[in-house]
Design a binder for this molecule. Structure first.
Ligand code: CA
Length: 510
């Protein structure tokens, strides 16, 4: 009888294909427990969250968080961990270069052979997407961490331009296309009282960026430049030394002077978007799709006709492109030299790249957070219209889903919780190829890394200081430009460019 049952089970397994087999294989074997260091969004890894309980059921592996509950700053906690010398089995961390440094010093073990032999799902994933594999390979050719991937090919778009379309309509204006159009529209917002209260209280362009660098990004993006490194036809350039950057700052300084840009843009901070939209004074911004699109539903009851909609970036050099692209990954996890059973750990890592694992991590628990509809996971009402009024992302995260470790995000998850307006915005940008290729996180060798970080941080401080002066009109960019370039070179721009170019070429050749 027993034999027949076993045979029947085997047949079922064969019929179901490999995945089921692997999961069932663990049944009856002893539960394994591994320690993990992980802090994400101020929370230490919690093995009691439903997603990880479920994974434990399926894999027989339990993870136990080692950071103490009051360690909410992951960088601090990480440094403390390393200095304690008490290594857990697994480390998850947001800064991939930190993990790779630890790896090259022997703190993490190379994973490439383990993945080859025991990680079929990860292998298949990398075979399918070679670009993602590049992100995993350190400068010395070893793989020390599995990145936590974004669904780059499906939702590269993360943020874009939003405008009060009802104001355009009210003033009889067309949707702006060129930078000149954008300028004219903002002038009209400023001078023609689109909110109809008889006062010139409109703030045509605002940004809720909370750091000078982020404010700068939000302003010069219209000219397709960035206050950092990017690539143009295979050549790595430092944005703030480019002619287009100069042009961008000059034009934005003019807009600022004319009151088209929030006069408190450098100091108003994270509450800006709420303030500008709730008070019916903000005209245009550049911000995240999902959260910005959600204002329509909230405000169209209190502000008549309120319609804040995504539009494509202004056309510049014949293209309508934003450089605000989502990175291909953020952070990752690896196995330390102290781990007793790396094979079991890599199998566990691999589980999250199976269809079942990926759904579990992205959507939470089947039947509670999601249901299968037409073969695809769809969030339930419990998530989308939570009875306690929690927003969808909070509900999902409470289950343990989307906790950054070393997984592969599914863009569907964001499209679903962001709702229709957000999907529409993301599709607008995606379908029009309006997102620039993001510059990769480069991999540095030890000596390069030290030198580059030193130069780059000085460059950043200096360009931010100058940009702020120019934008707010306390100095003139035409007058300063030559001495500014000289100063960049004195800091070491040329050396940094060389390191960047070599690292970039190495990355692309990998
Ligand atoms: Ca007004």
């Amino acid at each position: 009888m027993k034999k027949i049952l076993a045979l029947a089970t085997l047949l079922v397994l064969v019929a179901c294909g490999g995945k089921k087999e692997e999961i069932t294989k663990n049944e009856g074997t002893q539960k394994k427990e591994f320690s993990i260091f992980a802090v994400h969004l101020g929370k230490v890894f919690d093995s009691e969250l439903p997603v990880y309980k479920k994974a434990e059921e399926l894999t027989n592996v339990k993870l136990k968080g080692v950071a103490s509950k009051n360690q909410t700053d992951q960088v601090q906690a990480y440094n403390l961990l390393l200095s304690s010398g008490n290594m857990p089995d697994i480390i998850a961390y947001e800064l991939a270069d930190g993990l790779e440094k630890l790896g090259s010093e022997g703190g993490l073990i190379p994973l490439e052979k383990l993945i080859d032999e025991h990680g079929p799902n990860i292998k298949a994933f990398w075979d399918k997407y070679p670009r993602y594999k590049k992100d995993a390979v350190a400068a010395n050719g070893h793989i020390y961490m599995i990145p936590n991937y974004n669904d780059y090919y499906n939702i590269r778009a993360s943020q874009g331009y939003f405008i009060r379309k009802d104001w355009l309509e009210k003033l009889g204006l067309e949707e702006p296309k060129t930078i000149e159009d954008f300028y004219n529209v903002l002038v009209a917002f400023k001078t023609k009282d689109p909110n109809g209260n008889g006062k010139a209280d409109e703030v045509p362009f605002f940004s809720r960026a909370n750091l000078p660098r982020k404010v700068l990004i939000s302003l010069i993006d219209m000219f397709q430049v960035e206050p950092s490194w990017y690539e143009v036809n295979g050549k790595v350039v430092f944005g703030p030394s480019q002619e287009d950057y100069k042009k961008a700052i000059k034009e934005m300084a003019k807009w600022y002077k004319e009151g088209l840009i929030d006069q408190e843009i450098f100091t108003r901070g994270l509450g800006t978007r709420d303030f500008m939209l709730n008070n019916n004074i903000g005209g245009m911004t550049n911000d995240w799709f999902a959260s910005t699109a959600s204002y329509n539903e909230i405000l169209n009851k209190s502000i008549e006709g309120f319609n804040f909609e995504a539009i494509l970036p202004p056309e510049y050099n014949g293209k309508r492109i934003t450089k605000n692209a989502r990175a291909t990954y953020m952070g990752g996890w690896g196995i330390t030299f102290a781990a007793k059973d790396p094979i079991e750990i890599i199998k566990y890592f691999d589980f999250w790249y199976s269809e079942e694992g990926r759904r579990l991590w992205n959507f939470g628990i089947e039947g509670k957070e999601w249901e299968l509809k037409d073969g695809k996971p769809k969030f339930t009402e419990y998530v989308l219209k939570n009875p306690d009024g929690k927003n969808p992302l909070t509900v999902i995260r409470e289950s343990g889903a989307q906790y950054r470790l070393g997984m592969f995000q599914d863009g569907e998850y964001e499209k679903q919780w962001g709702g229709l307006a957000s999907s529409k915005a993301i599709d607008l940008y995606t379908n029009n190829n309006a997102i620039a290729e993001p510059f990769p996180f480069l991999k540095y060798k030890e000596t390069e890394s030290r030198e580059f970080i030193k130069i780059d941080s000085q460059l950043r401080n200096y360009i931010e200081e100058m940009a702020q002066k120019w934008l707010m009109g306390s100095s003139d960019i035409d007058k300063d430009w030559d001495s500014y370039l000289k100063r960049l070179n004195d800091i070491g721009l040329e050396k940094a460019e060389k390191i960047q170019q070599e690292s970039y070429d190495r990355f692309m050749a990998n």
